[in-house]
Design a protein. Structure first.
Length: 575
């Protein structure tokens, strides 16, 4: 979008919009619906939406149904044009970083789906046709239910669904909750309760989203204080929105606060910041990271401060690129955070780190969205059997920055525990042991060498646990059911029967999955009762006689409730 067109659309909480509202007369409404004006807004939306910091869902709010469909058509047209333009820029640029940035925008734009959401009228096809518009494909999309039984509202509320941008004029502005909505493009006169409810569509905290973004094309926000007076029970002057200039001020304050905190703990970011090269001394950054991770309280507080800087910066994108902002300290803070989080490793690191990477047999991904222990070629999770614990133990003795090595190992174990617990909920004793080791270290009960040794011992135990299903001649899924069914003092023969019960139950549930696990079964009493009955029948057939009525009912309930819980979280046993 050309610079002059971008400037023609007033940004967030603007003091001057395209036209003054509400209480529009016919002439004012005509101005708002002018084609050239709608074109300018559509181009701004196309430029802005894929370049935001937090790419949550978005809503374009127009003055009436016809304009809503017009805006969809215009945005769709300019969306395709923008992709063509970006592809051309990609082919012409020789800068690899710029290519990656542009490709990221294009990849995102290709995935985005849009839809119109408006209420249905009698003879609406004729009415829209008279305006040179077609409502039929939009109505079909609004009425469509996908293969999982989800409608358009479910799709939009699902943060992972490609339906990212909707065009509305009245529907979904009140009584509608989708926490991942982060951006509203407001081009409709509003005041009072409706204005407050509309703001609420974007104000939910969700994931990395700390605040919503509202692009006000009509200077609607001058009515906000009046709406607050009507809507709130007090005379509070606190306004739940901030002008973009105030957000910039908050970002600068957060950066200054973070730098002061670091300096108080022996980390002088000014010493590594240079106007020509922010990261001229990478080894010093590693030393700083080693200092911060040496104390969990310091590490956690730094993380909060750095996340605040990151979130505020992301909230200001893409507008911040046109502002008077020097990113040098922001980059230093986030680079340091990347090292601490294990997402970045400086180029000039000790040979031990390279050896560890070799032992892990992995490719390190340094993007902001990747974890350090991801294997990017095969997509498989890390195999603990490939780690030579004795080699790690020897390398640790030679390291200068031992806190970083400890932090890396802690992160590895945390990630591994999460995966192993997801496979088998009975493994909580390993998580408890890990927490006890960390708590003892934080309380000063063990030194670095002892702490690292205990972590290595725990990792060896995790490896043995990871291989236990092979020893028991069960799959991971069967092992979990077996562990849930086990009780104390089983004879060898009884244990065999419990294993057989676990195998038969898992295979029965899998073979009858289509009949038992219908859409939404976990929320419907009748399908739930069928699943429970199947579990009871199989277990009654195969569990040993030593499982008396009380134990049998207890174990049956444990397995049933676990399967329901997995379905509730969408992890397993869903249609």
């Amino acid at each position: 979008m050309p610079e002059e067109r971008a400037e023609s659309c007033r940004f967030i909480f603007s003091q001057q919009g395209f036209y003054k509202t509400p209480g529009l007369n016919a002439k004012e409404l005509e101005v708002i619906k002018r084609d050239d004006r709608l074109d300018a807004i559509a181009q701004h939306i196309v430029y802005h939406f894929p370049r935001r910091g937090f790419r949550g869902k978005g809503m374009v709010i127009s003055v009436d149904k016809f304009t809503t469909v017009k805006m969809y058509d215009k945005v769709s047209f300019y969306w395709k044009e923008e992709i063509k333009k970006l592809n051309k820029q990609i082919s012409l640029t020789s800068n690899e970083d710029e290519k990656l940035r542009l490709k990221d925008i294009v990849d995102y734009m290709r995935k985005v789906e849009m839809a119109v959401v408006i209420s249905e009228d009698a003879d609406e096809e004729k009415k829209f046709a008279a305006e040179g518009l077609s409502i039929k494909p939009h109505r079909e999309r609004m009425n469509r239910v996908d293969e999982n039984g989800f409608d358009i509202e479910d799709n939009f509320k699902d943060p992972d669904n490609p339906l990212q941008l909707v065009f509305v004029c009245a529907m979904w502005l009140t009584g509608f909750d989708a926490p991942s909505v982060s951006t509203l493009y407001l081009d409709k006169p509003m005041k009072g309760h409706t204005l407050m409810q509309t703001i609420a569509r974007a104000n939910r905290v969700y994931g990395n989203k700390q605040c919503g973004l509202i692009i006000d094309y009509l200077d609607v926000f001058k009515y906000l204080k009046r709406a607050l007076a009507d809507y709130a029970a007090s005379d509070s002057n606190d306004v739940p929105v901030k002008d973009i200039a105030k957000l910039l001020s908050q970002l600068n304050e957060s950066i200054e606060m973070t730098c002061k905190f670091c300096f108080a703990h022996g980390v002088d970011l000014k010493a590594v910041v240079d106007e020509n090269d922010v990261f001229r001394n990478l080894s010093l950054f590693e030393d700083y990271a080693n200092t911060i991770v040496g104390n969990d309280d310091v590490k956690n507080e730094f993380s909060v401060l750095a996340n605040t800087v990151d979130n505020l910066y992301e909230s200001l994108r893409p507008d911040i690129f046109k502002m008077d902002f020097n990113p040098i300290f922001k980059e230093a803070i986030l680079y340091l955070k990347g090292i601490i989080d294990g997402k970045i490793r400086p180029e000039k690191i000790e040979s031990a780190q390279a050896k560890i990477n070799e032992l892990l047999d992995q490719s390190v991904i340094t993007s902001a969205d990747a974890r350090r222990y991801t294997i990017n070629e095969s997509g498989k999770e890390l195999d603990l059997s490939k780690i030579d614990v004795d080699e790690l133990r020897e390398q640790f003795k030679k390291l200068r920055n031992k806190n970083l090595a400890i932090s890396d190992l802690r992160e590895l174990i945390e990630e591994k525990l999460k995966k192993m617990l997801r496979w088998n909920v009975t493994r909580t004793q390993f998580a408890e042991r890990f927490r006890n080791i960390v708590d003892e270290y934080n309380a000063g009960g063990s030194r670095n060498d002892d702490f690292y040794e205990k972590l290595l011992e725990l990792m060896e135990q995790l490896f043995k646990e990871e291989q236990r299903h092979i020893k028991e001649e069960l799959t991971e899924e069967e092992l979990e059911i077996f562990d849930l069914l086990c009780k104390e003092h089983l004879t060898q023969e009884e244990e065999k029967k419990v294993k057989l019960a676990a195998k038969e139950l898992y295979n029965t549930l899998i073979s009858k999955k289509k009949d038992l696990f219908v859409v939404g079964w976990q929320n419907d009493p009748q399908p739930k009762e069928r699943v429970k009955s199947e579990i009871v029948t199989v277990l009654n057939t195969f569990l040993p006689e030593s499982y008396d009525r009380e134990v049998f009912l207890h174990k049956s309930s444990i397995v049933f409730n676990h399967i329901v819980d997995q379905a509730m979280t969408g992890y397993n046993w869903v249609a």
